[in-house]
Design a protein around this ligand. Structure first.
Ligand SMILES: Nc1ncnc2c1ncn2[C@@H]1O[C@H](COP(=O)(O)OP(=O)(O)OP(=O)(O)O)[C@@H](O)[C@H]1O
Ligand SMILES: [Mg+2]
Length: 224
């Protein structure tokens, strides 16, 4: 399997109450293409911080990140976020005054990647793949259940045709049955569509279903 994301000696600290507290310490790890990873770790260990750095939302204080062998500094964080990655959030982060299909189409407008011309049809098809039929796709997202909104968010994350998808507690607001369905979707995306999925979770049920469990502790990542 080929490497898609490589972290090399990442350091990150916050200034907290006047002194510096180091969250990530010389963290190095490689993620392979087509695999479903979960990142576990105690609350406050720095999982969300790590995700925001590898998703290009923040800069590490030192260290390097390579996407497909190319340094993120060379790619540029803006371009990386626009064309190479998507993020799925616990709170779904959909635009509340738009319908499900409009939310998905919006993501298609926000990338330079080559996409099919008929964006609306593609958006409906993507949603349908995750159980959001046309009548639901035409509803405002606020009129969908939590599980349905998370499916829309997953469809949106795929709309821009990226290979790397991050998620922070994507099933944190969902019941166990819906959680299982969402995780099945992630597994399928990795195994059948070659996407790399990196999910931060506290759920054992979720991590047990992943290909590789990685633990963040004392500022570094280690495989379980
Ligand atoms: N902007 C900030 N300024 C100062 N400290 C911060 C900031 N953001 C987070 N922290 C601290 O850094 C540590 C790591 O936070 P982070 O949110 O990454 O943890 P986490 O592993 O995602 O926790 P949880 O499992 O509870 O979501 C925590 O102690 C947190 O209080
Ligand atoms: Mg967190």
């Amino acid at each position: 399997m080929s490497e898609i994301l490589k972290l090399e000696n990442i350091n990150y600290s916050y200034i907290d109450g006047g002194y510096e507290r180091q969250i990530l310490k010389d963290l190095s790890y490689s993620f392979d293409e087509g695999k479903f990873y979960t990142i576990l770790g105690p609350s406050g260990s720095g999982k969300t911080t790590l995700l925001s750095i590898i998703a290009g939302l923040d800069n590490a204080k030192s260290g390097n990140i390579y996407f497909k062998g190319k340094d993120l500094k060379e790619i540029g964080l803006h371009k990386y976020r626009r064309n190479d990655i998507s993020i799925v959030f616990q709170q779904y982060n959909l635009i509340s005054y738009l319908t499900a299909v409009e939310n998905v189409m919006l993501a298609m407008a926000e990338t330079d990647n080559d996409l099919p011309k008929d964006k609306k049809t593609v958006a409906y098809n993507l949603l349908e793949r995750f159980g959001i039929v046309k009548t639901k796709a035409d509803r405002l997202v606020t009129q969908l259940s939590g599980g349905e909104q998370q499916r829309v968010a997953i469809a949106r994350s795929l709309a821009s045709n990226v290979n790397l998808i991050f998620a922070d507690e994507p099933t944190g607001n969902l019941d166990t049955a819906t959680e299982k369905e969402i995780i099945e979707i992630f597994k399928q995306l990795a195994h059948e569509y070659g996407k790399t999925i990196i999910v931060v979770t506290h759920s054992d049920a979720v991590s047990e279903m992943s290909d590789q469990r990685v633990v963040l502790k004392d500022g570094t990542l280690s495989e379980m």
